[in-house]
Design a protein around this ligand. Structure first.
Ligand code: GDP
Length: 443
């Protein structure tokens, strides 16, 4: 997401970086470029207008801070403005009441049912006792889909398959939630392909009868500004407390994320980032803004790592790396750890210091998930002995490994070369660490 926008904004800001001073004319030129970039990213035009005039005002009114050059100051202003457009402060779920009721509304196909399961799984992981229910009385398939998802994540799903009254199902589910001491009830409601009065009325009635703590509108990022208008219509008719933005992984522009708060006044609370249950994140405006500006997002990266990687495993890997005893077997284990973090292209984006989009693109081209899989296949085709001692891998062994992994001798060669280089780099690092330690003692 935000690829083109990030590239344009970053290259505009980089141009400022070469100037010692920013005069009014240069600023206007830059603002025009940023404006175009935002419009092309499909951001709502009113939001764009406010965005640009806010930056102008702040940039012209900004006091010159000693030691910070004007371009850096401008980056900060744009960053703050992006945070604002994305919703400002992170918006937490309100789960104070027990049980807490979460109502999901939105159009058909927006990813509502998948999201209900993702959210249930997210809350279950936080130790909440969650009940799911489907009030979609029009599509039996929707109920079945939720039932299957519930089984997959181990969260019970309350269903009344023959009941035609969505409000009754919701009320019965709420009763069960109270009777059986659940912490949270998530109600998935019916969607339509288009907005219609009957649908809005039904959502309104479920809202009245269940008095939810959160009414979350599920919106498909790919639908663009049309989706933002629909969000506004739902907000006016039913009311909502927040938004869940789905399919962030498939949308390259990012217009919905940047417009929806400005148009509806409601914050994005979560984002769907893929089809799998785990592809679901809390939405942090400041972290997303940093990603757009190429500043990386270490906090999310570390959190992801903490979720999926065992700390002891990571520590022992680090020790091996630095001890020089690192083998191809360890290398494979490391690759697996990295892959657990998610699609490598998304991970790379979170690493700060890759600087410009150009460098980022180069790195992204150099490593992709397919390449990682091929590397793993090559290592898998080696014997344990070969993995522990790469020096014994001669020409005939290479041919065998290439054949076994469906790759080429050239690729096997390249991998071994890369591995040797990595080991050498580690050696250097160890030497440096030792030197520093010695020097540290002297002082
Ligand atoms: P509903 O009609 O609103 O309940 O939508 P579904 O939950 O059935 O989802 C519609 C389609 O969108 C399914 O194929 C989902 O796998 C897919 N989907 C949902 N969320 C995401 C997401 O965050 N990313 C991607 N790539 N696909 C998603």
């Amino acid at each position: 997401m935000f690829d083109a926008l990030a590239e344009r904004i970053q290259s505009t800001l980089e141009k400022f970086g070469r100037k010692g001073r920013i005069d009014k004319e240069t600023l206007e030129k830059g603002l025009r470029e940023i404006k175009l970039a935002l419009l092309e990213a499909d951001v709502n035009y009113k939001v764009v207008s406010n965005f640009i005039s806010d930056i102008r005002e702040k940039a012209l009114g900004a006091e010159v801070v000693k030691g910070v050059n004007p371009a850096q100051q401008l980056v900060k202003i744009v960053h703050d403005e992006l945070v604002e457009a994305l919703g400002g402060e992170e918006a937490k779920l309100n789960l104070k009441n027990k049980p807490a009721v979460i109502l999901l509304i939105g159009l058909q196909g927006s990813g509502k049912t998948t999201t209900a399961a993702k959210l249930a799984n997210f809350l279950k992981k936080q130790g909440k006792k969650v009940l799911l229910t489907s009030a979609d009385v029009y599509r039996p398939a929707a109920m079945l889909q939720l039932k299957k998802l519930g089984e997959k994540i181990g969260v019970p799903v309350f269903l009344e398959e023959n009941e035609k009254d969505a409000v009754k199902i919701s009320k019965d589910a709420l009763k069960k939630t109270r009777d059986e001491n659940y912490d949270v009830l998530i109600i998935d409601t019916a969607g339509r392909l288009h907005i219609d009065e009957e649908l809005l009325e039904e959502a309104r009635r479920i809202r009245e009868e269940t008095n939810p703590d959160e009414v979350l509108f599920v919106i498909d990022a790919m639908t663009g500004q049309e989706a933002v208008n629909i969000a506004k219509a739902f907000n006016d008719a039913v009311g909502m407390t927040g938004i869940i933005l789905t399919k962030m992984d498939s949308d390259s522009r990012g217009g919905v994320a940047l417009s929806v708060k400005g148009v509806t006044g409601k914050p994005i609370k979560f984002a769907g980032t893929g089809e799998k249950i785990e592809d679901f994140e809390q939405f942090y405006p400041d972290r997303v803004a940093s990603r757009i500006l190429g500043m990386g997002d270490v906090v999310s990266l570390v959190e992801k790592a903490q979720q999926v990687i065992d700390e002891r495993e990571a520590l022992s890997m680090q020790e091996k790396l630095l001890s020089g005893e690192f083998t191809l077997e360890d290398f494979r284990q490391q690759l697996r750890m990295i892959q657990k973090l998610g699609p490598i292209q998304q991970i790379i984006r979170m690493i700060p210091g890759l600087g410009s989009q150009k460098v980022l693109k180069q790195v992204q081209q150099a490593i992709d998930d397919k390449k990682l899989k091929r590397i793993e296949a090559i290592i898998n085709s080696m014997t344990p002995e070969e993995r522990r001692n790469h020096a014994i891998i001669n020409a005939s062994r290479k041919r065998r490994i290439a054949k076994g992994s469906g790759t080429s001798v050239k690729e096997v060669d390249a991998l071994i070369k890369q591995f040797v280089q990595m080991k050498m780099a580690m050696k250097q690092m160890r030497k440096m660490q030792k030197k520093m330690a010695k020097r540290g003692r002297k002082f």
